[in-house]
Design a protein around this ligand. Structure first.
Ligand code: AMP
Length: 277
């Protein structure tokens, strides 16, 4: 496994490979990340990962400084997953003096996380575009855990004709249903126990849908009721949205729905989602 810190070194190493799977990450890796790595490796001749805590996707005062980092451990995990190339730039390598570009994807970036975190998806779309240009992957792997990010990336490659095939992989969960996330490391034992309420809330809405309920307000209320039962949880939003446009629905039609939520559990703002229909 080669670990490259500069764009020039990465490009030179990449030239030695043909078709390449790629999974960008912010590090502090867990089984969710590794599921992307394993797919990237099995579905392509070679696989690359990046580890870069991207400052431009954090709002001022958000958790950029305390975001967990463990580079040596991450590299050992990537080596174990059979990754061939790892790109580990620093901020100056990605955003040298005079850097002045931003990519805005309209529509799907506007509600949900985009409303709660203004400019977050501009930061994501810009850094992912740069990573695609540097890494030149054949296929790129993202998690369903970040459903709106997946929608933004799909729109990015479609609207800008970027020749990369996007693959969205299932969310990997802990035994109690909590979606794995680097931010789960912020949780003390009491908050960690409370955090299972996210999955219980979305599965309650899903169960109602599967029993035939199509009124989005009733599905939303079912999730909110579960969230309200957990005193350590502060709900940001529960959304029942069109899975393609991410616009809020009044009623779930044949297109199905993305049930998603964002909840503050003590020091961690956590998100989760399920697709239904
Ligand atoms: P992050 O390091 O949080 O930016 O995540 C890097 C990639 O891993 C993104 O495409 C995420 O959607 C994906 N990912 C994060 N958590 C999970 C999970 N629990 N299951 C599957 N993919 C995940």
């Amino acid at each position: 496994m080669q670990v490259l810190k500069t764009k020039a070194a990465f490009r030179a190493a990449r030239a030695g490979f043909g078709d390449l799977g790629f999974a960008p990450t912010m590090g502090f890796l867990h089984e969710g990340h590794l599921s992307l790595m394993r797919r990237a490796k099995t579905e392509n001749g070679a696989a690359a990962a990046s580890i870069f805590v991207n400052p431009t996707q954090f709002a001022p005062g958000a958790d950029f400084d305390r975001y967990p980092r463990a580079l040596e451990r991450d590299l050992a995990m990537l080596e174990g997953a059979g990754i061939d190339l790892v790109f580990t730039p620093d901020a100056a390598e990605m955003y040298p003096d005079g850097f002045d570009a931003s990519i805005h994807i309209g529509g799907v970036s506007e509600g949900l996380e985009g409303a709660a975190r203004p400019s977050h998806f501009d930061g994501v779309a810009t850094v992912v575009s740069k990573l695609f240009n540097i890494v030149q992957p054949t296929r790129a792997y993202f998690g369903q855990k970040d459903a709106q990010q997946a929608a933004v990336i799909n729109k990015l490659v479609r609207d800008l004709d970027i020749p990369v095939q996007i693959v969205i992989a299932d969310t990997v969960r802990e035994a109690d249903g909590l979606a794995m996330s680097s931010r789960n490391s912020y949780l003390d034992p009491a908050h960690r126990q409370a955090a299972s309420v996210l999955y219980r809330a979305i599965t309650a809405a899903k169960a109602l849908f599967e029993a035939g309920e199509r009124d989005a307000a009733i599905l939303r209320a079912a999730a909110l009721r579960i969230l309200a039962s957990e005193p350590l949880a502060q709900t940001d939003y529960v959304s029942i949205a069109d899975p393609h446009t991410l616009r809020e629905l009044d009623a779930v039609g044949p297109q199905g729905a993305l049930i998603s939520l964002a909840v503050q559990i003590g020091p961690a703002r956590l998100i989760d989602n399920l697709l239904v229909g």
